[in-house]
Design a protein around this ligand. Structure first.
Ligand code: AMP
Length: 283
């Protein structure tokens, strides 16, 4: 695996490859890699000649300085994992390479970034969109790979592609879970064993709500029940639990049809913020 830390040498390298007709898959990550990330690498390898993984903890998508400081960074282990999984290229730039000037530039996504994550993490998706745009411009991939775990993020990037006319095919891949059902996340590294058990409440609440809704129960009373379950668990704080239309991310109505419904949850386990989601009907 070749490692690049600067933009221009990577650009020059990829330009040659592109001119030789080699297809490029991009897998953007923030590192602290796990099997969720590796599933994206695998898909990219299956569908492209060359896979470029990126590891960059993007400061502009963190609305909380402590969260940014405490974000797990496991560079050596990440490099090993990528090598074991036969990733071709790793791009891991320093901040100075990615941000030249003041970070006062933003992108607004209208209704899409005012709900769910966007409501609780102001500026987050603007930061995501900017860094993903930079990566698209640097790597110019044929295909780019994202996880359904960050469902709203994928919707934002899809809109970004449409609006800014990026010539890239976007792929969204299923959530990889622990055997327990807990969605894999870099932030799980910060959970103690007890916390991990508490964190299962996210997955369990999604499963419960999904089965009840498919049985015909109404969401508001279910929401109350789930809110209570979170309240009853010490050191756990629910941020949101919502059922929305999978395209608009606006509240789900029965007339939308269950095939269009997706449940999304965010909660703190102590000070560690986790997210998860589940379609009412598997895609
Ligand atoms: P991150 O490093 O958390 O920014 O994630 C990088 C990419 O990996 C994003 O597209 C995530 O949606 C994806 N990802 C994170 N966790 C998982 C998971 N458990 N299963 C599948 N994809 C994931």
């Amino acid at each position: 695996m070749e490692i690049f830390k600067e933009i221009e040498p990577l650009r020059a390298f990829l330009k040659e490859k592109r001119m030789a007709g080699i297809s490029i898959g991009l897998v953007p990550t923030m590192g602290a890699l796990h099997k969720g990330h590796l599933s994206l690498i695998d898909s990219s390898k299956a569908e492209n000649d060359l896979t470029v993984a990126t590891i960059y903890v993007n400061p502009t998508q963190f609305n909380n300085v402590e969260d940014l400081d405490k974000y797990p960074r496991t560079q050596e282990a990440d490099i090993k994992l990528l090598e074991q999984n036969r990733c071709d290229i790793l791009f891991m730039p320093p901040n100075s390479e990615m941000y030249a000037q003041n970070r006062d530039f933003g992108i607004d996504f209208g209704l899409l970034d005012k709900v769910l994550e966007g409501k609780f993490r102001p500026g987050h998706f603007s930061g995501v969109a900017i860094v993903v745009s930079k990566l698209f411009n640097i790597v110019m991939p044929d295909k780019a790979y994202f996880g359904q775990k960050d469902y709203q993020q994928f919707k934002i990037i899809d809109r970004l592609k449409d609006e800014l006319k990026f010539s890239v095919t976007l792929r969204s891949l299923p959530i990889i879970r622990e055997e327990s059902g807990l969605a894999m996340s870099s932030r799980n590294q910060r959970l103690t064993e007890t916390d991990q058990k508490k964190a299962l409440l996210l997955y369990k609440s999604l499963k419960l709500a999904k089965s009840k809704i498919l049985e015909g129960h109404d969401f508001p009373s279910l929401h109350q029940q789930i809110e209570k379950q979170f309240k009853d668990e010490p050191n756990v704080k629910l941020e949101y639990f919502e059922l929305v239309h999978k395209d608009t991310l606006q509240p789900y109505r029965k007339s939308d049809g269950v095939e269009n419904g997706i449940l999304l949850v965010a909660a703190f386990i102590n000070e560690i913020r986790l997210i998860d989601n589940m379609f009412l009907v598997d895609e």
